[in-house]
Write a protein that binds this ligand. Sequence first.
Ligand code: GLN
Length: 289
Amino acid sequence: MKKTAELLNWAQEQLRDAGIPEAEAESELLLEEHTGLTRTGLYMNLGSCASMDEELLEDRIAKRRNRFPLAYIIGKARFMGFDFLVDERVLIPRQETELLVENTVNTSYVVRRTSNNEISILDIGTGSGNIAVSLAKLIPEAKIFATDISEDALAVAEKNAVLNTVRDEITFIRSDLFLGIGNLRKNSVDIIVSNPPYIPAAQIAGLQPEIRFEPRIALDGGEDGADFHRRIISEAPAYLRNGGFLFMEMGAGQSAGITGMVSKNGNYVKFGIIKDYAGIDRIVWAVKR
Ligand code: GLN
């Protein structure tokens, strides 16, 4: 059996050699996963023999060298401080999407004051369920509806709702945007939130190599990347109550086009954008007339 230090060094060399940007941190994470130790525990046990499945570790390092995402290898991701199971059926939650959740939560306080504390939220394209589950955790009085066109994604989202003990707070609906949500009353929803696919189709191939392992339907936003924003902007007003909010994430450079769609629509009284911490216009919000 090899010592922990030896395996850690080996893992780091392997990942560095493959050009993985965070080779050191990722190796630590993988070894933590394999030994069941915390990061501190790992460093305190560098001199002892690590009890772990070395063959599995080798297999995982090989996958990672091939740019298979670390989150899929360890099968989980953190989002808003909660744990989510992830695999190739769903997009890996991104940090910038936390901003979408934070803004939705803040708006829910405003909405609650005008709606007797009841609040309904619709998450379009829930994927791993990261947005819907986080909202259910953070706004216990909310009734949440979460849709996805992918049956596979809904299965993962449901597992994540169970894992985070909010299964009863969320209604999952298989639906292509609004096409399958017939049961939801018109003009009733307080907040619609979505992180739709928004990468322009032609750009996907040139992105970082990890992305090619993620579901194409979770990424591809059509020619200009705004196909889903276009549809959501035009269809959301039928479901939102008057004064209800729409929040959507978007990609760099899409802000002008998307706010243009909102302002031309005529069903929204107010709208605006929110920048992410990198200074990129990341969220568009709009209030239904
Ligand atoms: N709602 C999920 C997320 O924000 C999935 C989004 C998607 O698949 N485009 O990660």
